[in-house]
Write a protein of this length. Structure first.
Length: 286
């Protein structure tokens, strides 16, 4: 197992070019509501970063701006040094930004293998004509895509799922299949929205190891939005905290655990807001 480095240094240098992903002064308004208010955020190469905050803090909205689903009212997004602010989600995906969704989005009536193969589409060369007449080159490409799909299913821990319809897989395995599908895009950064939701404790523990393997073996940076504080505190190198659209803290898990503003954001000054558990209470329990 690879250990995380919870004391990873803060990003330095030019934030626009030295990070895999950089969001610069992002503001998002829905009518009169400011859902995200002037937030800058960096994902360094080969890192595990988390975005946390109480309900309605703006996490999903911010995530949707990073991936291109929403357009920022102000600010810009930079992927691998390139300004992608106006680039559509599918193009960003092809450029190295893959994501999973809070609500699983798989093709339920396709097999696990087919779900992964579909995702490889941007990297395949076969044109319409060669697909129709099935040239030797197209058949070879399909064989290779199938091999890669199987390899990815094994990598995420579901090697036997290849022939199963996606809808028949357990919830945890569907989440893994989503990650395999995202990895089929050969991303530089993997954005995971609530990846351990619905996983049992064993699956959740295995997920931690898996994230480090993705970082260390494949050199992919991982961004997590996650409600499970035990996962966040154990796995993240750096954590950014949003509250009511504003960034209220950024740092290592230890910094965040001991940050008074974060504690108040989760519990409120009276200690009761939303009945949320305090990150500090999780220390050493992961
Ligand atoms: N499409 C939309 N139109 C209008 N308001 C929206 C829209 N999406 C989000 N909001 C509002 O923006 C704010 C931030 O919501 P968001 O879903 O990003 O928070 P979150 O931190 O992801 O919350 P949760 O943890 O509950 O998923 C909320 O007040 C929400 O109601």
């Amino acid at each position: 197992m690879t250990e995380t480095t919870a004391t990873a240094p803060a990003p330095v240098g030019d934030p626009f070019t030295d990070n895999i992903l950089y969001a610069d002064h992002i503001t998002i308004r829905f009518g009169g509501l400011v859902a995200v208010d002037d937030v800058s955020f960096a994902i360094p190469p080969r890192s595990v970063t988390s975005l946390i905050g109480p309900n309605g803090a703006g996490k999903t909205t911010f995530f949707n701006v990073l991936t291109g689903l929403y357009e920022a009212s102000e600010g810009s997004v930079h992927l691998n040094g390139r300004d992608v602010t106006t680039v559509k989600p599918h193009r960003r995906a092809a450029m190295g930004m893959a994501r999973t969704f809070q609500n699983i989005r798989l093709f339920g009536l396709m097999t696990a293998e087919e779900n992964v193969m579909v995702a490889m589409h941007p990297h395949l060369k076969a044109g319409v004509l060669s697909t129709i007449i099935r040239t030797p080159g197209q058949r070879r490409e399909e064989r290779e895509a199938r091999d890669t799909a199987r390899e990815l299913l094994a990598y995420v821990g579901i090697p036997k799922a290849e022939g199963e319809l996606a809808r028949n897989l357990s919830y945890g395995d569907q989440r893994r299949l989503e990650i395999a599908r995202a990895m089929a895009l050969q991303p530089k950064v993997l954005l995971l929205d609530e990846p351990t939701a619905g996983m049992n404790p064993q699956e959740s523990a295995a997920f931690n190891d898996f994230v480090y393997r993705v970082r260390d073996e494949r050199g992919i940076s991982v961004l997590l939005i996650e409600h499970d504080m035990s996962v966040i505190m154990k796995i993240s190198e750096r954590i950014t905290v949003l509250d009511r659209g504003r960034m209220i803290a950024e740092g290592t898990p230890d910094d965040i655990r001991n940050n008074q503003q974060v504690i108040e954001a989760y519990l409120g000054k009276t200690g009761t807001r939303e009945g949320r558990r305090l990150p500090v209470a999780e220390k050493g329990t992961a």
